[in-house]
Design a protein around this ligand. Structure first.
Ligand SMILES: Nc1ncnc2c1ncn2[C@@H]1O[C@H](COP(=O)(O)OP(=O)(O)OP(=O)(O)O)[C@@H](O)[C@H]1O
Length: 575
């Protein structure tokens, strides 16, 4: 699944919003562009005056006219530069807003959506698409604005000079409209595919780099190279498709610009003979037309960049169309008991991996979930933490369906800790994400067995971790993640093989200490080590997405059967 794209209306509304937040700056920038373009119109008019004077046998003040011409040119250059500086500043504002908006919305995306879309799509939106709109906002938009204003004002000046001669421009209108419509209709879908294809290239490369060890261990290098090549070829094919559209569209524009010059000269000749237009007017209008070529060429050169940028913006704003993780009014639960009723879940339609789970977990209970690999333990953990929703059936906490809990409130109640931990490139203290004083932090670190390690670091809690700083082993990353949970202290904790990366002794020690620290909390732990089975209030055995057994340790052992034997032997892991 790919994340959606924003539609043109959403983009327009967003641009209007951003512009209105800087209304003053926007107005100043527009005024500067208009003034610069107005000054650009003075030159042809002056030459028209000159021609009229010569035709009438008068001696025009050439020196004065030349001085005025030069002054106008200088003033125009200064205004244009000033306008560009303002436009660049406005572009920065636009870019900063797009980035902030994107980050804000991404952080609120439901984790299930992110997982389905894959990080590649998000990553390319956050990096290469932002680069594209940065280029469009900084360079293309100001150039296009200047050129469009210049074109509009030049046409206005032509109309004021001679409406009759300006009619000559009309010859290109049908050609322009038809070819431009033809191009735009085809270019947008091609650009959408192009940006998505470059996203795939980035995703493929990122995946290869992050999974480099696996690639090396399994000898997958050739396959990964072939995969990257395929993604690259697909992206290049879309680039070609876009270039070939441009190659067909651009020559028609050249024609659309040359035809009016011929038409104006033809109309001008006839009008001059019948006394409807003077030589000065014909000169001025022809010069206006020729002067329009520069902004038109600029416009065309940049419009492609702007179009790419606008598709980039549609991709960036597209994340807004995903329904954010629930937020809304806080709910009032009655207690903390967890109830599952006929819970079914499928990753793919028609392939349930949980088949009607009914379960009551009392507040403060310690439930251990065991079962063979693929029996649905991790899936159950994710559902219990509200990270995924059942296909049918309900899961409630304190009598309130998890679907009704606002995201933030639920995170304060239930935390899931899995084997995958992220250590942020930040200090130990920042990684713990808690405001507790140092005593409390050290206490908790001692509980998870990481205090000695932190105290051995050069700057203790203020030591930076992560790439380029102190590297963290998977076992320590797990200890830090456990510490984070203890500091957050939620009433319900779901631990999904949360100590798998630690060696047996450290894991046993950490599990005991964490269990003691979490006394009174509801703890649902998915375990591959069964040493702690006796400590659990009840044990749930899952098999092929169904509850195979549920009871206390003694009850399960008394029942007999394969699980009882494994439990009784304690040392053979059940997965
Ligand atoms: N993201 C996914 N997409 C599709 N199928 C999935 C996904 N995650 C798990 N499954 C499938 O769902 C079933 C249950 O998987 P789950 O990971 O919940 O089992 P588990 O008991 O936790 O296994 P393990 O002990 O190996 O982690 C398995 O058949 C698995 O292949």
């Amino acid at each position: 699944m790919m994340l959606p794209l924003a539609d043109a209306r959403m983009v327009r509304r967003w641009l209007r919003d951003v512009a209105s937040r800087k209304r003053g700056d926007f107005a100043v920038m527009l005024t500067l562009f208009v003034l610069a373009s107005l000054l650009g119109l003075v030159g042809p008019r002056l030459l028209g005056v000159l021609v009229d004077a010569v035709a009438a046998g008068r001696r025009p003040p050439v020196d004065v006219l030349a001085a005025v011409f030069l002054a106008v040119l200088l003033a125009q250059a200064a205004l244009r530069r000033w306008a560009h500086v303002r436009a660049t500043r406005f572009g920065e504002h636009l870019l900063a807003t797009a980035r902030a908006d994107f980050t804000e919305h991404v952080l609120r995306l439901p984790i299930g959506t992110v997982e389905e879309a894959g990080t590649g799509d998000l990553l390319s939106r956050a990096t290469s698409d932002v680069d594209r709109i940065e280029y469009a906002a900084r360079y293309a938009a100001p150039e296009i604005l200047t050129s469009s204003i210049a074109v509009v004002l030049t046409v206005a000046a032509m109309l004021v000079t001679s409406p009759l001669l300006t009619l000559g421009m009309l010859v290109s209108v049908p050609l322009l409209m038809l070819t431009t419509r033809w191009y735009w209709r085809r270019a947008n879908p091609v650009l959408e595919r192009m940006l998505a294809a470059w996203g795939d290239v980035q995703a493929s490369a990122t995946e290869t780099v992050t999974g480099a060890r696996t690639v090396e261990a399994l000898g997958l290098a050739d396959r990964r190279v072939a995969h990257n090549d395929r993604a690259l070829r697909a992206a290049v094919a879309t680039e070609h498709a876009h270039r070939s559209l441009l190659a067909r569209w651009l020559p028609t524009l050249d024609l659309a610009y040359l035809l009016p010059v011929a038409a104006v000269l033809a109309i001008g000749g006839l009008a001059y003979r019948s006394g409807l237009a003077g030589l000065g007017d014909i000169t001025a209008v022809t010069l206006y037309l020729l002067a329009m070529s520069a902004p038109l060429v600029e416009l065309l050169a940049w419009v492609e960049e702007l179009q790419v940028g606008s598709v980039g913006l549609r991709r960036i704003l597209g994340v807004r169309r995903v329904r954010p993780a629930r937020d809304g009014a806080r709910v009032t639960p009655s207690g903390r008991d967890v109830q599952l009723r006929d819970v079914r879940f499928a990753y793919r339609d028609g392939h349930d991996v949980l088949h009607g789970i009914d379960l009551d977990i009392g507040a403060g209970e310690r439930l251990m979930v065991i079962g063979p690999s693929g029996s649905g333990k991790s899936t159950l953990a994710r559902l219990l933490a509200g990270l995924a929703e059942p296909r049918s059936g309900t899961i409630s906490l304190g009598g309130v369906d998890l679907r009704c809990w606002p995201h933030d409130q639920l995170r304060g109640e239930v935390l899931l800790l899995t084997q995958e931990h992220h250590v942020f490139a930040a200090t130990v203290r920042e990684n713990l994400m808690a405001n507790g004083d140092d005593f409390r932090l050290h206490d908790v670190l001692a509980v998870v067995g990481a205090d000695d390690w932190v105290r051995s670091l050069p700057e203790g809690l203020d030591t930076r971790l992560g790439p380029g700083a102190v590297s963290v082993s998977p076992a320590v990353a797990q200890q830090l993640a456990l510490a984070r949970v203890l500091l957050a202290d939620p009433p319900v904790v779901v631990l999904d093989e949360a100590t798998a990366a630690m060696d047996n002794g450290a894991a046993r020690q950490a599990e005991r200490s964490v269990a003691a620290a979490l006394a009174g909390r509801t703890v649902i732990s998915i375990a591959h080590r069964l040493d702690a089975a006796r400590d659990a209030d009840r044990i749930l055995v899952l098999d092929d997405g169904r509850i195979a057994a549920l009871g206390t340790y003694d009850e399960l052992v008394a029942e007999g059967g394969s699980y009882a034997r494994v439990l009784a032997s304690h040392d053979s892991p059940v997965r």
